[in-house]
Design a protein around this ligand. Sequence first.
Ligand SMILES: Cc1cc2nc3c(=O)[nH]c(=O)nc-3n(C[C@H](O)[C@H](O)[C@H](O)COP(=O)(O)O)c2cc1C
Length: 380
Amino acid sequence: MSILFEPTSIMNMSLRNRFVRSATYDGCANDGYVTESQTNLYSMLAKGGVGLIITGITYVHPAGQISKFQNSIAGEEFIPGLKKLTHTVHDGGAKIAVQLFHAGREARFPRSREEVPLAPSLLETDPYHEREYRAMRRDEIWEVIRAFGDGARRAREAGFDAVQLHAAHGYLLSQFLSPFTNRRQDEWGGNIGNRLRLHREIYQDVRRKVGEDYPVLIKVGVQDGFPEGLGFNEGKQAAKLLATIGYDALEISQGLRGLGYENTEFKTNIHDINHEAYYRQSCREIKKEVDVPVILVGGLRTFKLMEEIIQNNESDFVSLSRPFIREPDILDKWKKDDSYKARCISCNRCFDGLLKRETLRCFQEDREKHREARDVHNKN
Ligand SMILES: Cc1cc2nc3c(=O)[nH]c(=O)nc-3n(C[C@H](O)[C@H](O)[C@H](O)COP(=O)(O)O)c2cc1C
């Protein structure tokens, strides 16, 4: 059996293999609540054999909401729906972690006209951000910390096997870590220890509320997508500090996004194996420095390559998003034939669709089906 399919664990969470479905927003929630289309999607994924499913961005505080169609864990009322989701996944034999999220300055749904999105600091000029936002007050930072802790407590109550904090992709925690967006002069800004104070305080609040035996994971952006942002040397140092703080596993990804898809976490143009696994080197370097499991994500498409990465001890897990959108049952295909080629072409139409308020699906698949139908029609 391939090492990828060997059972393993993160802390006390046993997993049937080393495959993770990376957090993927699906645009299917109804006012923050879980919907039937979500339980159906998660059921398919779990039955497809993946070890751990990480939900899409789930906001812990209304000021951190980015989409109307996103899940919430910001109140007790969301627990029953989330329970349905965790039961569905457990029935399919997989484990599930909820991704706890705050959008920071990227937030979109103000509760009042006066409310503007929150960020560590207000930048005078910023070519990467156009909309209005303001710097957080200290009391607002503490409110967010407690919201993450309460979200984690609700997650445990709802039956999630773990939580994953979203500290990547330019959202609130990523904004605090990056020296580009965090220009604070107080204890929440400045040196890397201060820029990670939020991550540390959240960890402690979460830990206090979920107990010592519950896996608390983090997805961390270790490099921004433009030169003036967080560089990898500091990002690597941040990853080491996060492991020291106590996080139980690190998923290695991108920090603030630069311009175009090529400077984001979901790169396109993965035409051959050399363009796959684009955070491999970062992950390998971090893996050498930490003693908690690391999870590699980003452009993983070839079974043999993933196997090689795990065998070489460059990562402990492999995490995929877009290939599971195209083929929720892709692991079955790889089990039967390890040379099977993932059908996802990384065109990002799935993501573009979400931006246009479509629900998550593979548009390439739609196109192919349409083409096949047209060919059949033309033949007849
Ligand atoms: C449609 C879509 C939605 C995503 N939603 C999330 C999300 O909710 N949280 C997150 O951390 N990453 C999200 N991502 C990023 C993925 O988790 C992953 O890091 C990235 O797509 C690279 O992996 P891949 O090449 O296997 O797709 C999303 C990606 C896509 C394509």
